[in-house]
Structure formats: C-alpha cells, structure tokens
Design a protein around this ligand. Structure first.
Ligand SMILES: O=C[C@H](O)COP(=O)(O)O
Length: 223
C-alpha cells in the first residue's frame, strides 16, 4: 500500500495475488488498511479491495462482498466468471442477490476477458446498481488483456459503460507498452500489478516500474 501511494497510484487496490486473480485480504489486514487510508491527508488515492475468486453462486458472492464492504473500503471489486457456458439466469440470480448491497456500497463488477464473457451484460450491472465495470484476466499465464479482446471490443465495452454511467476500468496482465494504447480508448482507469513487480505478480511493487507506468499514463493523458 505504501509503495502504491508513494508511486502516485490513483486507486490502490487491496488484493492478495498469491490467492488468485482477485485474491482477498484477511479481515484484520483489510480493516487496518482502511484505517490507514482514512488517516491520509486529502487528495490521496481512492481505495478498492477484491473479494476473492468465487463461482457464480449468489450466496458465496454476497457473503464475500458483504465482508469486504463492511470493512469500509470505498470500492468493492467482485469477479464474475462469465463464460459462453453461463446461462442468463445465473447472472440474473447473482445480481438480484447483490442489488441490496449495491444500494449501500460502490460495487465494481470484474469480467474476465480470457473466459469469453458476454460483454452485452454491461447494462445488467447498471440495472443492479453497480458503480462500475472492468475487464481483467483470470489466468495470468494466458496473455494480457489485448491478447483476448481487440480494440474494437474494448471500445465497445467502454462505450456501454459510459452509456450506463458506470465507472470503467481495463486490466489483465498489462505491460508498460499497453498503457498508451489502452489509455487512448478512454477508460476511467487502467489496472496494473504484474508489470509493477520485479519478481513476478506476487512480489513486492518496484518503485521504478511504478514510476514508468505512472509516467506513461501522464504522457498519454497529455497527448
Ligand atoms: O486489477 C488489476 C489486475 O488484477 C492487475 O493484475 P495484473 O496486472 O497482474 O493482471
């Protein structure tokens, strides 16, 4: 957390990469991080946290999301493992169960580009009261986001999010070289983890790598 703040991250995402794509922090560590974040001077980063990797099962998603939301973290990231095999009733049941939580907390739906999600599901998240949608990848060894979705698909996803007033993000094994082309598509944020670590995704953040991504995003924003 300290390295991300020092490196100028706009959003610090609390996740345990050793536990999976959206591995969750333990409750005590999460509460401590939220308390430290609240004590930061104004103008600091926003804070998000992931709820862990769960199947598309309403009870499991609700319990995990409620636990993270109860910590007071302002953005709660919930992975939806949508694939071509997912029936519409499965997503509908999950969203119906999460809608009450979405009325009290800012929930972000994470879809995994490498699982082949139906990007036409974006309006359903808006309908359930979500605050945002983003793309990520589930299998970090299977290539980055742009290996799974081309610019046209990504632009369509972002346009749908904008049309439904959802915050939008792109992530998924992004490299430094992805910063400019993806920023050009106009997401609200880009998410990086592996590219910021000298010794792999589960390692510590490397200030030099963080600075390089920060500089690339600043350059892209000024272009
Ligand atoms: O939320 C963002 C992603 O999980 C970042 O991780 P990654 O860059 O290692 O894919």
């Amino acid at each position: 957390m300290d390295a991300a703040i020092a490196g100028g991250a706009d959003i610090v995402d609390l996740k345990d990469p050793a536990k999976g794509a959206l591995g969750a922090w333990e409750a005590a560590a999460l509460a401590a991080a939220v308390a430290r974040w609240r004590a930061l001077p104004p103008g600091g980063p926003l804070l998000s946290a992931t709820i862990g990797d769960h199947p598309l099962e309403p009870g499991a998603l609700c319990a995990a999301a409620a636990r993270v939301a109860d910590s007071g973290v302002p953005l709660v990231k919930i992975g939806f493992a949508l694939s071509p095999a997912t029936g519409p009733e499965t997503l509908a049941a999950c969203l119906a169960a999460l809608a009450p939580l979405a009325r009290a907390h800012r929930l972000i739906a994470v879809l995994f580009a490498d699982l082949g999600p139906d990007l036409a599901a974006v309006p359903a998240f808006a309908g359930a009261g979500f605050a945002g949608v983003m793309l990520d990848t589930a299998d970090k060894r299977a290539g980055g986001l742009r290996a799974h979705l081309d610019d046209r698909a990504l632009a369509g996803f972002l346009a749908a999010a904008r049309a439904h007033k959802l915050m939008s993000g792109l992530a998924g094994a992004l490299a430094l070289a992805d910063a400019a082309p993806l920023a050009a598509l106009g997401p609200d944020y880009l998410g990086f983890r592996g590219a910021l670590c000298a010794e792999g995704r589960t390692g510590a953040l490397d200030p030099a790598r963080l600075a390089a991504v920060r500089a690339a995003l600043a350059y892209a924003a000024a272009a």
